[in-house]
Structures are given as C-alpha cells and as structure tokens.
Design a protein around this ligand. Sequence first.
Ligand code: GRF
Length: 210
Amino acid sequence: MSTTFNIAVFISGTGSNLAAILKNQKKYHYCVALVISNKANAKGLQHAKKYNIPTFCFKWDKNDPNLTIVQKELKKHTIDLIALAGFMRILPAEFINFYKNRIINIHPSLLPKYKGLHTHQQVIDNKDKFHGASVHYVTAKLDAGKIITQVQIRVPNKCDAKSLAAQLLFSEHALFPYTIGLIAQNRVQWRENTLYIDDKELTQPLIIYK
Ligand code: GRF
C-alpha cells in the first residue's frame, strides 16, 4: 500500500497553478504522480517534465463519458485526488460520480458569485470591491460543489480584466497547494454528506489570507 498521497493534476494551458502545486509538494505532504492534459501542446506540461512527472495527453472525446483511457492512467498511478488546474473541459457526470469527493477545482471568483467564464470582467463591470478565488469539490453542476477554501483580494482602482487576473493568479498559487495539503493531511473529511475541517463542520469556506 502506498503511504504517499498521490494527486493527478489536469491542465489545458499555461499551468502556473501546476507549477505552484509542484513546488509545494514537500511542504504540504502530497505527491504529484501524474499530469493529464487534453492538449498535447499545453505549455504547462513543461513544468511536469522539469520535475520528471509522468504526463498523459488525450483527445477529448465527448462520446466516451467514462473517459476510459484517463481512468486507466489514474488507476495505474494509484491517484487519491484529482486537482483541476485550468482544465478547460466540463467532465462528464459519469466520471465525476466515479471519483465522488475526490475531484477539486480552482475557480477564479468568490463562488457562488460568477460561475463559468469571464469572472474578472464581471467583477470590474459590477464595481466589486473584492475579488477572489475558490477551491471547491467538483460535482455534475458547474462550479457548484462544496467550497473548501477561498482567498480574497481588493480590486485596485485602476485595472482591467488582464491585470486583475494576473494579480489574482498570484494568490491562487498560495491557495491551491495549501488546500491540497489540507486534504492530504486528512484535515478535510467527508462524513456522509457533510464536510469537516479539523473535526468542525465547514459551514462556510475557510478564508485564507496570503
Ligand atoms: C486560473 O485562473 C484558474 O483559477 C482557472 O484557470 C486559470 C488557470 O491558470 N481555473 P494556469 O493554467 O494555472 O496558469
């Protein structure tokens, strides 16, 4: 039996969150055992190479709801948790249900505000004072699973969607590894359908400050 807490990180693009997750493996007691991408040319795959982590690229096939080849890889690497880090596909319900409470995602908004895309622009258009990111469990409903942690930032007076996204990304790089660590160290637990952190029921997201 493996004693390490093995995670698979799913990416589609740049992979700056993946880089932060890789950098913090020792600190937070988890091990990136596999990086999966639906894009063979995803820039983020280079981070995995640098750390000698196995990668697996696959062509997205919406006619295969179980993602059979992906599941085979996950099994091969005895994956305990799947972390979606900029994975730009909506996973099928069959796949999500198979890995129930074992898939988490980072979303660039203070959920339940702004599910889906273009979150930064919506924050600016609505003149919000605060923006943030959330790490949540993945369910069949988009960006609607139980939120574990969040980070908040103040929206600068002068910014556009691009500069705001860049500023938030910096905080995401602290939030995601920390949250994976909470799960790896068994501090986050599902009991029946209730989520606990350090044995206390999680009634609202844990807010992490940088
Ligand atoms: C991040 O903003 C994340 O919140 C969202 O996609 C972006 C991925 O960025 N889900 P990167 O590929 O990790 O740089």
